[in-house]
Design a protein around this ligand. Structure first.
Ligand code: ADP
Length: 248
């Protein structure tokens, strides 16, 4: 049954750019409701892996299945977005000249497609959903402020909120705490743990203090495949991991 299979299943995936194997026989399984941290040195293939999941890059070989039966290698980026995979890039891309609340409303409307937008009315369910997202993202008190006036960390949270407004099953989050203060970083760990209670999440992150705060299973990528996997304690003591981080 589809619901017994992992939410995301990458098996033996490879992709080359001009003969260079950026992803090399990569396998990774994400359970439903799991949050996973992806670490690895620069050039390990983390971004390319995310590009494969979202359909931005098509693998040369291997299997990529979502939600049991959806073969992601057979779909393009816009289609995959409608399957419930939301991605947040490192740099926040909120609409600065709109309020926090309007940013969330636009994300909610955008997820409905053209027809949905045409017949769109803000109903009570939507208003409740927006309020809930504002609370999750620590932005309730800022709902009427322009996004331009938020701190860098709050803009990152708003963008996570915009993903949530689109009802994703899987959130892909790229370096969420880059450029954040220590307090914002700690708050982001709490926030993502709350979100992970009813979503699956993949977080790519360099900040090991933050990864420790998340307290989830870690996959360390190197040269396009998984070098080590397990708790951060396990992975960070793995001699092969120490070698790639220190031995270069
Ligand atoms: P990471 O995100 O872990 O830093 P990337 O996935 O960005 O790693 O890159 C993995 C490797 O693939 C790097 O050596 C990078 O230079 C190469 N690469 C990524 N995208 C392309 C591309 N479009 N064309 C050529 N090489 C690429």
């Amino acid at each position: 049954r589809a619901e017994d299979r992992p939410l995301l299943y990458l098996n033996g995936v490879s992709v080359s750019f001009d003969g260079f194997r950026a992803i090399n026989n990569l396998s990774l399984y994400l359970e439903r409701g799991e949050m996973r941290a992806i670490i690895g040195p620069n050039g390990a293939g983390k971004t390319t892996m995310m590009d494969i999941i979202t359909g931005k890059t098509r693998p040369d070989s291997g299997e990529v299945f979502f939600d049991g039966t959806i073969d992601l290698t057979q779909h393009d980026e816009p289609a995959i977005a409608t399957f419930g995979i939301g991605r947040k890039f490192q740099k926040p891309t909120v609409f600065e000249s709109h309020t926090v609340e309007d940013n969330l409303l636009m994300a909610l409307q955008g997820s409905r497609g053209v027809l949905g937008q045409l017949f769109y009315r803000l109903n009570r369910d939507d208003a409740a959903k927006i309020s809930e997202i504002l609370e999750t993202t620590r932005l309730s008190a800022r709902r009427s402020d322009l996004a331009a006036n938020l701190s860098h960390g709050q803009k990152q949270w708003l963008e996570i909120g915009m993903l949530l407004a689109q009802n994703p099953k899987l959130l892909l989050v790229d370096e969420p705490v880059a450029g954040m203060t220590d307090a914002e970083t700690e708050e982001t760990a709490r926030l993502l743990k709350e979100i992970a209670q009813d979503h699956s999440v993949i977080v790519v992150e360099h900040d090991m203090h933050f990864v420790r705060e998340l307290g989830v299973k870690v996959s360390c990528l190197h040269e396009g495949s998984v070098l080590s996997e397990g708790s951060l304690d396990h992975v960070s003591k793995d001699p092969r991991v120490i070698e790639v981080y220190l031995g270069r």
